[in-house]
Ligand binder design. Structure first.
Ligand SMILES: NC(=O)c1ccc[n+]([C@@H]2O[C@H](COP(=O)([O-])OP(=O)(O)OC[C@H]3O[C@@H](n4cnc5c(N)ncnc54)[C@H](OP(=O)(O)O)[C@@H]3O)[C@@H](O)[C@H]2O)c1
Length: 247
């Protein structure tokens, strides 16, 4: 059976780049996100096949339906799950409303929990699987106005450790990846162009000892490492891919 991966947040940024990385390595890719149009654009570039699972992670019934759709197709062996979907809204503790906290919690933590809960019994039945949770360097060390986002990304890292403990005896691995600043639509500067964008990038470059912010492809390679058998004896790890920003 052909090996496959489920990637959430696959319609954009790091998730889209990860889809292409797994595809390049022969995987069939299940692409999850809300925008069917953007998922279709990514699917067109996946040379080993792709299927769209359009849904909103905040809607439990939709998520369950999509997982069932995917696991009932017996022509692929889903070996990896990449929980990549996420939102980020600038705020601090005083400006962050209950609604903002709730949104971050629903998309950045409860959504990944829902997907994982749906797929875990499938992994157990097939004798293993690999879960990659996309957290953030601010989940390790908060910076700037990111209070709810940072707290919830920290919770994701801790939850991943629980998953690694629960999954170990079942050969289900779980690892966290912590990207630094990556040039994707989650940041306002991503939509700037020309001189304005160059100026923004120039201002940020010295934050990283490696002298630049990241690309989605930088993170996708590390996600592929953790999702595939390349990391077969790695579980419960927290891998920062951040140009050294937290130093
Ligand atoms: N870029 C960075 O600097 C950075 C740094 C550290 C961590 N991260 C993390 O990396 C992950 C990917 O972010 P990115 O930078 O690639 O941002 P992005 O380009 O904005 O992608 C975010 C993805 O999440 C999906 N998404 C958002 N809300 C959703 C919902 N309710 N239901 C289903 N899907 C939803 C979006 O798809 P639709 O809009 O189609 O639903 C999109 O595919 C996030 O978890 C983010 O926190 C990013």
């Amino acid at each position: 059976m052909k090996k496959a991966v489920l990637i959430t947040g696959a319609s954009s940024g790091i998730g889209a780049a990860s889809a292409l990385e797994f595809s390049k390595n022969g995987y069939f890719v299940y692409l999850m996100g809300r925008s069917r149009e953007r998922l279709e654009n990514v699917a067109l570039k996946c040379s080993h096949g792709a299927s769209l699972l359009a849904c909103d992670l905040t809607k439990a019934a939709e998520v369950d339906k999509r997982i069932l759709e995917m696991t009932s197709v017996k022509i692929h062996r889903v070996e990896a799950l990449v929980n990549c979907a996420g939102i980020f809204e600038r705020h601090n503790t005083v400006s962050g409303s209950d609604d903002l906290w709730q949104r971050h919690f629903e998309v950045n933590l409860l959504g990944p929990v829902r997907i994982t809960r749906g797929l875990f019994p499938y992994f157990e039945q097939q004798g293993g699987g690999s879960i990659v949770n996309v957290s953030s360097t601010v989940g390790l060390r908060p910076q700037g106005p990111t209070s709810a986002y940072a707290a919830i990304k920290a919770a994701m890292i801790n939850w991943t450790s629980s998953l690694a403990l629960e999954g170990g005896p079942l050969k289900i691995r779980a690892n966290s990846i912590c990207p630094g600043i990556v040039d994707t639509p989650i940041h306002n500067f991503n939509s700037l162009s020309g001189a304005q964008k160059n100026e923004a990038l120039e201002k940020m470059k010295d934050l990283q000892p490696l002298g630049r912010i990241g690309t989605p492809e930088d993170i996708a390679k590390a996600i592929y490492f953790l999702g595939s058998d390349l990391s077969c004896w790695t579980t419960g790890a927290v891998l920062a891919v951040d140009g050294g920003i937290n130093l």
